[in-house]
Design a protein. Structure first.
Length: 95
């Protein structure tokens, strides 16, 4: 009987740990970068800046123009795209 309780306690502990680890307050910003004609912009540098803390991350668009900034803390963000041959574009308050 004692062995059953031990297994039960371990099983319940594992279930609680799994459900607690699923709780996350971080978010993500993602998108596709296109030019004024709607064409995909490959290799653009995307800078995502937390305007509350002034921390930032730099990302590069892939072959479909897609970028993703993951595991971001809650806050206000600006997103700046810099592509060779095009002007720089910034979008504020991406929260």
């Amino acid at each position: 009987m004692l062995r059953f309780h031990y297994v039960y306690i371990v099983a319940v502990s594992l279930l609680l740990a799994c459900s607690l680890s699923a709780q996350d307050t971080r978010g993500a910003i993602s998108g596709n970068v296109t030019d004024s004609q709607g064409g995909v912009v490959v290799g653009a540098t995307v800078t995502v800046t937390n305007t509350d803390t002034n921390t930032f991350g730099k990302f590069t668009t892939n072959s479909t123009g897609y970028y993703e900034a993951r595991l971001l803390q809650p806050g206000n963000y600006s997103v700046t795209v810099d592509a060779k041959g095009d002007r720089k574009s910034t979008r504020m308050n991406s929260s």
